[in-house]
Design a protein around this ligand. Structure first.
Ligand SMILES: [Fe+2]
Ligand SMILES: [Fe+2]
Length: 277
């Protein structure tokens, strides 16, 4: 079995913003938890919105924070990112032949396909908050899906279908139905993992299961009708954990700040007799 940790929507800021959660502290806390409790995972995938405003200084801070992460990691881009500033700060990361930050990771049980859905440059907000897969990126995706006999798991910042939140549905991936037509024609997408919505959401769309995970710095309140995509509430952050076997995908979400797991384990010795709950 392979294990993949999913972090999303870090929103690192060049300077802390008064009244907002400390994105640096949240990320370092998540990294410490992952190092402590998920050390047997194969890798960490960060599904975009790495920086809040796409500044080089924010990416420099992110690079520094990630030196503390013991696991290998894949960084992806979201609508708050800036591809050029990101690549300046991470010169070891090579974009694809068309300049997009995309890559494939082959695990024994599945092919992981990490897509770049950032709509820019130019970055013209609010239009650039919409996700996009241009013809070049779709061709890259076709090749990635065709080049394996393993089931494929897609990682993409923007969901390609509505989640019920009016504001976020307005900035989902453009041309979602055509995207689903395309992947269903391949017939080998086993699961899709997204961020962007800042909330734990799961289900299926046109028969393809999906998981969306929480942000580290602010969650979407369950107010479906509000047309304010900056609306957020400071509920506990979480990271995702995918357990990938030949039989499928199990998706966990861990609100890592809530429970002292070491204390719980110490209070409940492995071989102690106890009544089941
Ligand atoms: Fe975000
Ligand atoms: Fe986003």
């Amino acid at each position: 079995m392979s294990r993949v940790v999913v972090l999303t929507d870090l929103h690192i800021r060049a300077e802390p913003e008064p009244g907002k959660p400390d994105a640096d502290a949240r990320l370092l806390s998540a990294i410490d938890h992952i190092n402590r409790y998920q050390s047997d995972a194969d890798l960490v995938i960060v599904t975009g919105d790495l920086a809040h405003s796409g500044e080089r200084a924010a990416y420099d801070k992110l690079a520094s924070h990630l030196t503390r992460l013991a696991l290998p990691h894949v960084l992806m881009l979201g609508n708050h990112d800036n591809r050029a500033a990101f690549l300046d700060a991470f010169p070891q990361i090579s974009p694809d032949e068309n300049g997009h930050v995309q890559q494939v990771v082959d695990l024994p049980e599945a092919r992981l396909i990490c897509l770049d859905t950032l709509n820019g440059p130019p970055y013209s907000y609010p239009f650039s908050h919409l996700g996009v897969l241009c013809a070049e990126r779709l061709a890259w995706l076709d090749a990635a899906l065709s080049g394996t006999d393993r089931p494929c798991i897609l990682f993409m910042h923007h969901p390609a279908h509505k989640t019920g939140f009016a504001a976020m549905d307005a900035i989902m991936l453009m041309h979602g139905p055509a995207f689903y037509d395309r992947i269903l024609a391949h017939g080998n997408v086993a699961h899709i993992v997204c961020g962007h919505v800042h909330r734990t959401i799961s289900g299926s769309h046109r028969g393809v299961p999906f998981s969306i995970f929480k942000s580290l710095v602010g969650q979407m309140p369950m107010l479906f009708d509000l047309m304010d995509f900056h609306m957020e509430t400071d509920e506990p952050p979480a990271y995702g954990l995918l357990m990938i076997s030949d039989d499928g995908v199990v998706a966990h979400s861990e609100d890592f700040g809530l429970t002292d797991l070491d204390a719980l384990r110490a209070a409940s010795p492995q071989n102690a007799s106890s009544q089941p709950k």
